[in-house]
Design a protein around this ligand. Structure first.
Ligand SMILES: [Zn+2]
Length: 171
C-alpha cells in the first residue's frame, strides 16, 4: 500500500525513531509499503518516519531507471565506519522541490538486520553511501537541510515558506 509521505515542516519528521525489537509480519508489511511508496514517488530512499512510523527502518534503491533494481531494506542500521568527504547535491521526498549541497562521507560501512532478522553488513560508496547517511539521519529526526550553514538554512526556510504558501494559494 502506498503511504502518504510527510513533508517539511511536519513535526513528526523531527522525532527520533526507536529500534525494532522484534520483526513481525507487521514489520514486513510496513517495509513492503515503504518500498512501494519509494518506487511510486519515485525516490532512491525512504525512512519509516517519513510515513509517520517511528521505527528504525530504511529502504534504498539507487539503481538507475534502466538498471536492475537493487533494493536494500535495513532494520536498525548503524554506521560503523565512515571515511572520505564529498559535497553533492541532495534532495528529499519530504522536502519537495528543493535541493542543496551537503557534506557527507564518500564511503560508509553499515550494520543492521534484514527482514529475516539476519545481521547484514553493507559497504557503500558514493551515491549509495550518501543515501545511507541521509536515510539514517531521518531515523534521528535530521533532515538534509539541517546540515546547511545557518545562513543557508535561513534562506531555505524563507524561500520554502514562500513557495509552499504560493502553492496553497494556487487554484
Ligand atoms: Zn529524505
Amino acid at each position: 500500500m502506498i503511504r502518504t509521505i510527510l513533508t517539511y515542516p511536519n513535526p513528526e519528521l523531527k522525532k527520533k525513531s526507536s529500534p525494532v525489537t522484534i520483526i513481525t509480519e507487521a514489520t514486513r508489511e510496513l517495509a513492503r509499503d515503504m518500498v512501494e511508496t519509494m518506487y511510486n514517488a519515485p525516490g532512491i530512499g525512504l525512512a519509516a518516519p517519513q510515513i509517520g512510523v517511528h521505527q528504525r527502518i530504511i529502504v534504498i534503491d539507487v539503481s538507475g531507471r534502466d538498471e536492475q533494481p537493487d533494493l536494500i531494506i535495513a532494520i536498525n542500521p548503524v554506521i560503523i565506519h565512515s571515511e572520505g568527504e564529498t559535497y553533492e547535491e541532495e534532495g528529499c521526498l519530504s522536502v519537495p522541490k528543493y535541493a542543496a549541497n551537503v557534506r557527507r562521507h564518500t564511503h560508509v560501512v553499515v550494520k543492521g538486520l534484514d527482514l529475516e532478522g539476519n545481521e547484514q553488513t553493507w559497504r557503500a560508496d558514493e551515491l549509495l553511501a550518501i543515501a545511507f547517511q541521509h536515510e539514517i539521519d531521518h531515523l534521528d529526526g535530521i533532515l538534509f537541510v539541517d546540515h546547511l550553514s545557518p545562513l543557508k538554512r535561513d534562506l531555505f526556510q524563507r524561500k520554502y515558506k514562500r513557495m509552499t504558501e504560493s502553492a496553497s494559494e494556487a487554484p
